[in-house]
Design a protein around this ligand. Structure first.
Ligand SMILES: [Zn+2]
Length: 179
């Protein structure tokens, strides 16, 4: 192996390690790096002291449009977009930096960051493949995650979950709630 590819591998290992520390699932790293499955499993064990879980990744777009998750996903995507526009970052660095900013904002609002780093990664993929997008709320002007093409040309008018919380919202204060 030459010096250049060794350096590249080291850089990928550093990025992968950072994301594992943030709680990323192995599939994220398998998809975004060229590191082998065996190398990633070893790294995961070194950092977490556990074997990576083998369960299915969250693949549905519906989670992101349900009430509380939607507020978290929208917060994340806005941070991700503005970070992407202001600095040139490699994909995994952007994910890690945007997620750390998101979790700090959520905690500042006394909410559990219910959008995991793996969910954040899936969200960006859904937006890139035009299954989800950011739609401006017709009342507050904030941009929120919706299914693509659901609110084309302002009809039906889109109202976000903060301007119009569902009826059940006031009944219980659940963890993860942003009001
Ligand atoms: Zn609104």
């Amino acid at each position: 192996m030459n010096t250049k590819s060794l350096l590249q591998e080291n850089l990928q290992l550093t990025r992968a390690a950072q994301l594992i520390r943030l709680g990323a699932r192995l599939a994220v790293l398998e998809s975004e790096t060229t590191l082998s499955h065996e190398r990633l499993v070893r790294l995961y064990r070194e950092i977490t002291g556990q074997s990576p879980s083998k369960g299915q990744l969250p693949y549905s777009t519906d989670w992101y449009t349900s009430w509380q998750p939607n507020i978290h996903a929208s917060l994340y995507m806005n941070i991700h977009d503005s970070l992407d526009k202001s600095i040139a970052l490699e994909c995994l660095d952007l994910l890690a930096n945007a997620w750390e900013l998101y979790q700090a904002e959520a905690r500042a609002m006394d909410a559990e960051p219910i959008l995991t780093v793996t969910r954040a990664w899936r969200l960006v993929k859904f937006v890139e493949s035009d299954m989800l997008c950011l739609t401006p709320c017709t009342r507050c002007g904030g941009r929120f995650i919706t299914h693509s093409h659901e609110y084309g040309r302002g009809f039906p008018p889109f109202v976000c979950g903060l301007c119009e919380p569902p009826a059940r919202a006031g009944k219980s204060k659940r963890s993860g709630a942003i009001h």
